[in-house]
Design a protein around this ligand. Structure first.
Ligand SMILES: *Cc1c(COP(=O)(O)O)cnc(C)c1O
Length: 378
């Protein structure tokens, strides 16, 4: 497998070795965590890892105990942010089986992000296998209460010990897993969004379309500004004209017109969300119209004023769909804090989560089964 000339993305396969954790949490402790997991606070007993070097390609795939990484202080990720990640979920269905949602789409986006960050592309088959193996090892960590899941965080970092500025010759891929509670405990609450006019998250030709930590680092200060203005999220505009909607720090944005048409920004500097793509597909299935194009702030403001834009929502894996009550900026407000969750917004949200949790047919074959209903890691 070390002969990189034999690697092709479709057929490449690696065997994962497994080292069970000697410190697996007892069932009682695990159940206590799963009863109120929050988000991103607790991690399962294992993780998946694969190494890459320029000479040997991808090798050394393993499932092993969750724990700290050992990095040379000169590792390039720590200095030049050569890093990418993904976010996805494993869902437990009523019969106990565990499923993931469009993992092939996450694998392809991971490869696109890798290309932009000059990282090696992890073959789609290895990406999906790492998830399958990790979830198999830690399947008891997939909660079963409504709207809960096991959040999966695959990521790749440049680990070469070298301060020179070039793409690293040594890289590590890891995937960790964290049980996630229901994002909204009493149904989705419409949020207020702060419009950042001073800062952009991504520029034309930059890394906005890649899922990489640097984009998030750039969004943290404006996100703080949003909190200071009593808003929960920040909206970014295009960096050139400051006229067109881009997205939130970690969620895409969709506007709904009074005739049911969904309108969403098309731009080279936003992250192509799989949640958004899926919601738009469900809308098309209903015979609704979908427009992916430049959407100006003025269009939103005028549309809300004259009643042609009736709903707005943000979407992404973590919260699925979050209704937007209002957009606030320096000296203006679009919508109002009392704007409720839109009807179409909520019905598309329900349809998508019904598919993800196996409560409704899956007409597009999006769900991929990860484990057998009767199997157990014990
Ligand atoms: C991950 C992410 C999204 C949402 O993508 P999903 O695939 O729907 O989870 C949107 N915007 C940014 C910046 C992201 O990083």
């Amino acid at each position: 497998m070390s002969d990189s000339t034999t690697e092709t993305t479709d057929t490449f396969a690696l065997d994962f070795s497994t080292t069970p954790s000697p410190e697996r949490r007892a069932a009682a402790e695990r159940e206590e965590i799963l009863a109120d997991p929050g988000f991103g606070k607790h991690f399962t007993d294992h993780m998946a890892s694969v190494e890459w070097t320029i000479d040997d390609g991808w090798h050394n795939a393993s499932i092993h105990p969750y724990g700290p990484l050992s990095l040379d202080p000169s590792a390039s990720v720590l200095h030049y942010a050569q890093e990418i990640f993904e976010g996805m979920k494993a869902y437990r269905h009523a019969d106990g089986s565990i499923w993931s949602f469009r993992p092939d789409a996450n694998a392809r986006r991971f490869a696109r992000s890798a290309r932009r960050l000059a990282l090696p592309e992890l073959p789609e088959s290895v990406f999906v296998e790492s998830i399958r193996q990790l979830v198999a090892a830690d399947q008891d960590w997939v909660p079963s209460a409504p709207e809960t899941s096991l959040y999966l965080r695959p990521f790749m970092i440049a680990t070469e010990a070298f301060l020179g500025v070039r793409a690293a010759h040594a890289v590590q891929y890891h995937c960790i897993a964290s049980p996630a509670g229901a994002y909204f405990t009493s149904g989705p609450k419409p949020v207020s969004i702060w419009l950042s006019t001073q800062y952009a998250r991504a520029a034309r030709g930059g890394t906005g379309a890649a899922k990489t930590g640097g984009n998030y680092a750039a969004s943290l200060l404006p996100q703080q500004e949003a909190y200071e203005h009593g808003c929960q999220q920040v909206m970014f505009l295009d960096s050139e004209k400051g006229e067109y909607l881009e997205e939130l720090g970690g969620m895409n944005v969709v506007l709904v017109r009074s005739d049911g048409t969904l309108v969403t920004p098309d731009s080279d500097s936003i992250l192509e969300g799989i949640t958004r793509d899926s919601i738009l597909q469900l809308a098309l299935d209903r015979g609704l119209r979908v427009e992916r194009r430049a959407v100006s702030l003025t269009e939103w403001r005028d549309g809300v004023a004259d009643g042609t834009i009736t709903e707005a929502f943000a979407c992404g894996t973590a919260a699925v769909v979050t209704p937007i009550a209002e957009l606030r900026g320096d000296g203006f407000t679009i919508g109002s804090p009392t704007t409720g969750a839109g009807e179409l917004t909520m019905s598309l949200r329900e349809e998508l989560t019904d598919i993800q949790y196996g409560r409704r047919a899956d007409p597009h074959g999006w769900m991929v089964r990860l484990t057998d209903p009767t199997s157990s890691a014990e």
